[in-house]
Ligand binder design. Structure first.
Ligand SMILES: Nc1ncnc2c1ncn2[C@@H]1O[C@H](COP(=O)(O)OP(=O)(O)O)[C@@H](O)[C@H]1O
Ligand SMILES: [Mg+2]
Length: 337
């Protein structure tokens, strides 16, 4: 199994489509055959409700318990908090206890990496771990970003608040610098685009405004009541209206997410392939030298017909071709004289 990718969906603004996107993106990845785990890192528990758990605050085991276990050093080996969804992926529900956990983290050592420790303990069974963030830049979001390889930023098409984006990107950059250097911005994508801003080719506008600083994804999620219905239908858009525009948009987003990190991965595999070949060549040279050493004397001397002494080094002839010393006769002559 390839290395799992951990992806946060974050924007400190509420109501931009984070939870809806985590659900539909996760379902899209699962339909593509990927093993997916979603974590609800929002005390409002909207994702948990969308996934059919209508009373998240009554759930006995949630992400809040798991994070508390990490803090207490009592994380169980099996993970009873992980639930299975009928669309073929797993999820860990959240509820309001996460707020209490967030407050308690203030006094905890390594408080920014509690969620990362949890994610590290479960991610090996998955291809993708998707984290649905709460609308803030508080400790839970910092924990989510610290645990992630990538962050996706949904932005409401007609809002596009440059100030909010700057603040979020600033937080991402400082987490990259101080806590998690592997965190990258996977992309910004537009949600809730209505007919007007769809027609205006809004992606081109956004790309020209933000494209220099941030990767802007091509997928644009339309504003449609079908997606609003998903929050209570207990079905992703792929089951709710598989042939509609919204399903098409989330299919495109899924394809783009599947490509995230591909360039880096192929570069890494090129590099490791090169290292492997170099290693193989070195090993064959060394073993060849050892065989020659064992089988043949290091140096042999042979007198050639032209009177030269050919010296063979480790069986390789002609390394040294020494001319017959002209002084040999005169020396013996001197001795006999
Ligand atoms: N593309 C969309 N078109 C119409 N309604 C949407 C769309 N995406 C989300 N919604 C609805 O908007 C509300 C906020 O979406 P949500 O995904 O919960 O946002 P966030 O997680 O950012 O707070 C929900 O009621 C949801 O059903
Ligand atoms: Mg939400």
């Amino acid at each position: 199994m390839a290395k799992p990718k951990v992806i946060s969906v974050a924007n400190q603004k509420g109501g931009v489509g984070k939870s809806t996107s985590v659900y539909n993106l996760g379902a899209g990845l699962a339909m593509d055959g990927k093993k997916v785990l979603m974590l609800d890192v929002d005390p409002q528990a909207d994702l948990t409700k969308m996934l059919g758990q209508r009373k998240p605050h009554d759930l006995p085991l949630t992400l809040a318990n798991a994070m508390s276990d990490v803090v207490a050093g009592t994380m169980p080996r099996d993970h009873p908090e992980i639930m299975h969804h009928h669309e073929g992926f797993d999820f860990v529900p959240g509820n309001r206890s996460l707020s209490a956990v967030e407050v308690s983290l203030v006094n905890v050592m390594s408080r920014e990496t509690v969620l990362r420790q949890y994610v590290d303990s479960v991610k090996r069974d998955y291809d993708y771990v998707l984290l649905d963030c709460r609308p803030s830049l508080g400790m839970l979001v910092i924990n989510a970003l610290s645990a992630s390889d990538y962050v996706l930023i949904p932005v409401q098409a007609d809002y596009l608040a440059a100030e909010d984006m700057t603040e979020l990107v600033g937080t991402v950059r400082s987490i990259q610098r101080q806590i998690n250097p592997r965190l990258k911005i996977g992309g910004v994508f537009l949600t809730m685009a209505n007919e007007t801003n769809f027609r205006k080719d809004i992606v081109a506008t956004v790309k020209s405004n933000f494209g220099k600083h941030l990767p802007v994804m091509d997928a644009v999620i339309p504003a449609t009541v079908r997606l609003a219905e998903v929050s209570t239908a207990d079905k992703s858009i792929f089951q709710h209206e598989p042939r509609g525009r919204a399903a098409e948009a989330y299919r495109s987003l899924t394809k783009e997410v599947l490509k995230i990190g591909e360039k880096q991965r192929s570069r890494t595999s090129d590099l490791s392939c090169l290292k492997f070949i170099t290693h193989k060549i070195m090993m064959s040279i060394i073993s060849d030298m050892l065989i020659r050493l064992r089988q043949r004397p290091a140096f042999t001397r042979k007198r050639s017909p032209n009177g030269c002494i050919a010296v063979t080094c480790f069986g390789t002839p002609g390394l040294f071709n020494l001319p017959k010393p002209s002084t040999t006769t005169s020396m013996s002559q001197m001795r006999s004289a």
